[in-house]
Design a protein around this ligand. Sequence first.
Ligand code: 5RP
Length: 207
Amino acid sequence: MKLQFAMDTLTTEAALDLAAAAAPHVDILELGTPLIKSEGLSAITAIKKAHPDKIVFADLKTMDAGELEADIAFGAGADLVTVLGSAGDSTIVGAVTAAKKHGKGVVVDLIGVADKPARAKEVIALGAEFVEMHAGLDEQAEEGFTFATLLRDGEASGVPFSVAGGVNASSIADVQKAGAQVAVAGSAIYSAPDVGAAAAELRAAII
Ligand SMILES: O=C(CO)[C@H](O)[C@H](O)COP(=O)(O)O
């Protein structure tokens, strides 16, 4: 299972510092949506330039204009981009078209999708690399939210998936047991007093 670090920060400078500390322990460096909104595509270019050996993941959360948005992010250095599962099929197909042109990939983020296993199968058939079983920061704070639901949905989907939203040193082993290809951790790493040590702890928890 790969480890993805979601850098939910607001400046390229802060992201470069986070990436430098965590890179030895992670496979995928994610530019979080707030970072891309704050700094633009240049943040993607800066992270790829600093870490050409890492998979750079641009969390665009595209909802429309799939081909255009994916094309500009791949052109800036992204290896993977996200499109929302609630977007129309044509938006996902558009992003996949751009990915094929650049030799890159599309991940479909299932945040907010009611029947995640069913939509997961549909978007993989449209050409997505994998889906993200994702509970956003707001959903995690809602009453009754359980992380186990994400794992069950991943297992039930029968397609390649990542898990995002509350992954930490205690939960990452369960993510692996559920069969995920990628575990995504944000605050468990960037909020830690020692970012490198937190990333190393997560890596060590992967069997
Ligand atoms: O995409 C995101 C929010 O939309 C986060 O990056 C992702 O959910 C990781 O969150 P966490 O900090 O809980 O690990």
